[in-house]
Design a protein around this ligand. Structure first.
Ligand code: PMP
Length: 436
């Protein structure tokens, strides 16, 4: 194949320079096999970022790869204006994995799109249509996509363009205890941050809202995991203002948090709409919004169309992925190996002053680095150095968070205990070098 230099030169010449790459010297990947990636020299990396939390059951998992190949060779494309068998089969399988909506109402009506951004746009559209209200409440520090409305919902300046400012969107606190905006501590805070959503509704909306949308565990925002009561308080306030509740499960769904198939179940809440992408298709461009029969019916008032939404190859990939999650005990593995990782990271926190906070559930973990534990000064440079040093040692980590100082650990859920130990030993060694 072409050399890394040739690929880099072609990309620099013909690709928009705004397309993001990681690392000081962008890494070239030519092959993937389960939890590992290989560069052009054959060097192996443990992929602790799973693409971007996309590859849920493993790179090129044989069952998923075979299903995609078979579908691509039989019927690669048909839009939803025709019937084809794979779409409803996958929709039925997905419905069998859905949680219940409010008061036990089934969530079993799905609309397929290609990306999380499109799915979130659609969820907001459905909520607005269903309620007749316009205003949407999001969480500070959240990420919901890069299209106009979702860029507005995304609540961090890094991801916004000043030329794009959609209206009718307000943000409330995310329950980020490590950086509590009131300098309080849980539980004596009595969930002041969650209760503040009533003020946001009162002061920043007409008092009636279309919906609330939130990631039960923030992904890009750095594994922010609020206390268990958080979403119950927020959902109640939003419903009292006539709004629906949307759970963005793009990163936290499909067993990743270990204890539950859906991350919102950790909080004991029942959303009206669930948005999915990334892990649902193991890397295929596939996303979905699933809701109740009544809310779904509001989409028949006008025509909404998505050319590639529900295409046979993505459907086949999604169906095979969900089958693997069931057949291979993937959720249980996320719980067990994720638990071991978190324990190990907490031990590293005792050893390394750079680690300010370790948080998350299952295989959705965050390690926030600080240069001063009392002031909680974000260790932005150190986080970037850790990424580089880990890469040299064959470990790919993710990075994000409010200040770009949170390491994001979300490997394909097939990761083994030995992989977890390698990850911990590598992070330990790299932090030691940075602290020298
Ligand atoms: N929601 C969440 C929680 C995400 O993490 C992302 C992507 N990082 C999106 C939505 C947007 O998905 P996409 O990039 O597929 O449009």
């Amino acid at each position: 194949g072409p050399s890394r230099e040739e690929v880099l030169a072609l990309r620099q010449r013909y690709v928009n320079p705004g397309v993001l790459t990681y690392y000081r010297e962008p890494l070239m990947i030519v092959e993937g096999a389960m939890q590992y990636l290989y560069d052009e020299t054959g060097k192996r990396y443990l992929d602790a970022f799973a693409g971007i939390v996309t590859v849920s059951v493993g790179h090129c998992h044989p069952h998923v790869a075979a299903a995609v190949k078979e579908q691509a060779g039989t019927l690669q494309h048909a839009t939803t204006i025709y019937l084809h068998p794979t779409l409803p089969r996958f929709a039925e399988k997905l419905a069998s994995k859905m949680p219940t909506g409010p008061n036990g109402t089934p969530l079993d009506r799905t609309y397929f799109t290609n990306s999380g951004s499109e799915a979130n746009e659609l969820a907001v559209l459905m909520a607005r249509e269903a309620t007749g209200n316009q205003h949407v409440i999001g969480l500070r520090n959240g990420y919901h996509g890069g299209t106009p409305n979702t860029m507005g919902l995304t609540a961090h300046g890094t991801w916004k363009f000043p030329s794009n400012a959609p209206g009718g969107i307000a943000h409330t606190h995310p329950g980020y205890c490590y950086r509590c905006p009131y300098d309080l501590a849980y539980p004596s805070c009595e969930m002041k941050c969650a209760k503040d959503v009533a003020n946001v509704i009162a002061y920043e909306t007409p008092g009636q809202v279309a919906c609330f949308i939130g990631e039960p565990i923030q992904g890009v925002g750095g594994a922010v995991l609020p206390p268990k009561e958080f979403f119950g308080i927020v959902y109640d306030a939003v419903r009292a203002a006539g709004g629906l509740c949307v759970a963005d499960e793009v990163q936290g769904g499909f067993g990743r948090t270990g204890e539950h198939y859906w991350s919102h179940q950790h909080f004991g809440v029942q959303p009206d709409l669930v948005v999915m992408a990334k892990g649902i298709g193991n890397g295929a461009p596939l996303a979905a919004v699933t809701t109740t029969e009544a809310t779904a019916a509001t989409m028949t008032k006008r025509i909404h169309f998505n050319t590639y939404g529900g295409n046979p190859v993505s459907m086949a990939s999604g169906l095979a992925t969900l089958e693997v999650i069931d057949a291979e005990g993937i959720q249980e593995n996320a719980r067990v190996v994720g638990g071991r990782l978190k324990e190990g990271l907490l031990e590293l926190r005792d050893k390394h002053d750079l680690i300010g906070d370790v948080r998350g559930l299952g295989l959705m973990l965050g390690v926030e680095l600080v240069t001063d534990r009392v002031a909680k000064t974000p260790a932005k440079q150190e986080a970037a150095d850790l990424m580089e040093l880990a890469k040299e040692r064959g470990l790919i980590l993710g990075k994000g968070g409010l200040h770009g100082n949170t390491m994001r650990i979300k490997p394909p859920m097939c990761i083994s205990k030995d992989d977890a130990d390698f990850l911990l030993a590598t992070v330990d060694e790299c932090l030691g070098i940075i602290e020298e």
